[in-house]
Design a protein around this ligand. Structure first.
Ligand SMILES: [Zn+2]
Length: 497
C-alpha cells in the first residue's frame, strides 16, 4: 500500500468466534439447537445465571476444540483453565463470561494460505473455548413495530437461547499483510471447520463471526503501528471491504500529519465505512481470574492421540491427492476438495465410473462444469442435488460408450437434475439414443453430399474448412443423434471417394 512518498505495510490479525456443533450448551443440558425456537425457551438456571447454579463442562465441546486445534497445527495443552471475563452488558446476565485466558486449550499453531498468487503461513496464537452471550433485539425504532404497547417508545428485548452456546475462539498472530489475505484465511478456516464437522461456519447466520486488528507502518519499520479493532464483519466480502477502507483511512490520517488512535470500530455495511464504537479497553479491564466453579481441565494425551489419528483428510491434502492421483488441474482439484460433500460426491462418481484417472477427469469435468452450472442456476448445494453419484456415473458411462453424444448428455443431465429420473428413462423418452448404425449414417452422408455439390467441390479443391460445415449438416440430418466420430469418419471417406 503506497501513498505519497512513503510506502506502508498493512498488518492484520484476526479473531474468529465459531459456534460449535454440539447437542447441548457449553455448561448446561439445554439444547443448543435454538435457531427456530421461541425466545427464552432453551434456558435453565445455569444459562440464565440464577444464584447457586453450577456449570458442568460439555465434553463434546472440548473434543471439537481439540480437533480444530489439531487441524490448525496447534499444541494441545495437557492442563488448561477456565477463567471469568468480567464485564456488564444486557446480554450477559451473569456479569461475566466463562472463557479461557492464561492457559488456552490450544496454542502455537499455524495455517498455510495462498492469496494473490503468494503463499503465507499464518500463526495461530491460540484457540480456546468459551460461551456465547444472549441476543438483544432493539425495538420500537422501526415504524409499525407492534411488539411494544403504544406510547412505550424504544426498548430492548433479551433472548437467552444463545447464552451458553459453546464458542471456539481462534486468534491469529499479526501475520496477515493484506485484506485479500485476511479473506483467504477466513475462507480456508471455514472449510476446515466444516470438514471437521466442528462448526457450520455460516457467517450470515452468525455461526462464525470475525473481528480484525488492523494497523499500518512505513515499510522497513519493525515496530507495529497503533492498531484499530474492527467488528461486525459478517461476510467474507465485508471483511475485505472493511479492511480496505480502514487501511486507506489510517494512511490518510498519517499523511495528513495525524496519529491513529486506538479504538474499536464497527463496519457500517450500508454506507461502506468504519465508524467508531468506543475507545479500546485494555485486557486488564476484564479482571480475568480462574473460574472458581470449575476445576482445572486435565487433557489426557492418549485422548489427543486418538483424536489426531481420527482426523479426516483436510481440504489441502485432498486437493493435492486429486491433482496427483487423477492428474486434475490444480484449480479443479481445489474446487472439488473445498467442501467435503462435494469432494465425496466427486470421488464416489469417479469410483462408480471405474476409478481410473481418465474416469475421474471425466467426472471432474462434468461436475465442475455442467453440474455446478445447474446448481448455481437453481441455488442449491450438492447435498440437495437429486442426481446421486451412481446416477451421474451411469449417464457419463452412456456418453463414453457412445450411446448418446455429449450435447445430448448435457440435456439429459438437465432433466435428471430437475426430475431425479435415471438417465436411461430420459434417453428413451426424449428419443436421444445415438445412431451408431453405419448404414443409416452413410445414407445421411450421401444425402448431404448430394444436396450440396458446390461445397463438396470446394472441399475437393482444397478448402478443408468446409468439412466442419458438412459435418454439421449431417448431424442435423440425424437430428443430433449421429455418433460424431462415426459421422466424421464416414464423411471423410465419402469425400475422398
Ligand atoms: Zn441452560
Amino acid at each position: 500500500m503506497a501513498s505519497g512518498d512513503i510506502a506502508y505495510e498493512t498488518i492484520i490479525g484476526l479473531e474468529v468466534h465459531a459456534q460449535l456443533l454440539t447437542a447441548s450448551k457449553m455448561f448446561c443440558g439445554c439444547s443448543a439447537d435454538y435457531a427456530a425456537a421461541p425466545p427464552n425457551t432453551h434456558v435453565c438456571p445455569v444459562c440464565m445465571a440464577l444464584p447457586g447454579a453450577l456449570p458442568v463442562i460439555n465434553r463434546l465441546a472440548v473434543e471439537k476444540t481439540i480437533r480444530a486445534g489439531l487441524a490448525l497445527n496447534c499444541t494441545i495443552a495437557g492442563h488448561t483453565l477456565f477463567a471469568r471475563k468480567n464485564y456488564h452488558y444486557a446480554d450477559l446476565p451473569k456479569g461475566y463470561q466463562i472463557s479461557q485466558y492464561e492457559l488456552p486449550l490450544c496454542h502455537s499453531g499455524w495455517l498455510d494460505i495462498e492469496a494473490e498468487g503468494a503463499a503465507r503461513r499464518v500463526g495461530i496464537a491460540r484457540a480456546h473455548l468459551e460461551e456465547d452471550t444472549g441476543k438483544l433485539t432493539h425495538m420500537g425504532e422501526a415504524a409499525g413495530d407492534t411488539r411494544l404497547s403504544a406510547g412505550r417508545g424504544a426498548a430492548t428485548l433479551v433472548d437467552l437461547n444463545r447464552a451458553g452456546i459453546p464458542l471456539l475462539e481462534i486468534v491469529t498472530e499479526p501475520d496477515l499483510r493484506s485484506p485479500e489475505e485476511a479473506r483467504a484465511y477466513l475462507v480456508k478456516l471455514q472449510q476446515i471447520l466444516r470438514y471437521l464437522g466442528v462448526s457450520s461456519g455460516d457467517m450470515e447466520k452468525g455461526a462464525m463471526r470475525c473481528e480484525a486488528n488492523v494497523s499500518i507502518r512505513p515499510v522497513g519499520q519493525t515496530q507495529f503501528g497503533t492498531k484499530v479493532e474492527v467488528k461486525n464483519l459478517n461476510s467474507f466480502r465485508s471483511v475485505k471491504l472493511a479492511l480496505e477502507y480502514e487501511v486507506a483511512r489510517q494512511i490518510a490520517v498519517l499523511e495528513a500529519g495525524g496519529r491513529v488512535v486506538q479504538v474499536t470500530m464497527g463496519w457500517d455495511e450500508e454506507h461502506g465505512r468504519t465508524v467508531v464504537q468506543r475507545s479500546k479497553e485494555s485486557a486488564d479491564d476484564y479482571r480475568y481470574f480462574p473460574e472458581p466453579d470449575l476445576p482445572p481441565l486435565e487433557i489426557n494425551p492418549a485422548w489427543v492421540a486418538e483424536l489426531r489419528a481420527a482426523l479426516p483428510e483436510l481440504p489441502d491434502a485432498r486437493a493435492a491427492r486429486f491433482a496427483a492421483v487423477y492428474a486434475l488441474d490444480e484449480r479443479d482439484a481445489a474446487l472439488l476438495a473445498g467442501e467435503r460433500a462435494t469432494a465425496d460426491y466427486f470421488e464416489a462418481t469417479a469410483a462408480a465410473l471405474g476409478g481410473t484417472a481418465p474416469a475421474a477427469r471425466t467426472a471432474a469435468n462434468w461436475i465442475t462444469g455442467e453440474l455446478f452450472r445447474l446448481m448455481k442456476a437453481a441455488g442449491v448445494e450438492i447435498e440437495q442435488v437429486q442426481v446421486g453419484p451412481a446416477a451421474l456415473a451411469d449417464l457419463l458411462g452412456r456418453v463414453e460408450r457412445g450411446e448418446i453424444n455429449a450435447n445430448s448428455g448435457k440435456r439429459v443431465l438437465g432433466q435428471m437434475f430437475e426430475t431425479g429420473q435415471p438417465a436411461g428413462r430420459i434417453i428413451d423418452e426424449l428419443g436421444l439414443a445415438q445412431v451408431s448404425d453405419a448404414d443409416a449414417l452413410a445414407a445421411a452422408v450421401d444425402a448431404v453430399l448430394a444436396r450440396y455439390p458446390d461445397e463438396v467441390a470446394k472441399y475437393r479443391a482444397g478448402k478443408e474448412s468446409v468439412l466442419g460445415w458438412l459435418m454439421g449438416q449431417v448431424m442435423r440430418e440425424t437430428r443430433g443423434k449421429g455418433n460424431p466420430a462415426l459421422v466424421r469418419a464416414l464423411l471423410a471417406k465419402a469425400l475422398e471417394g
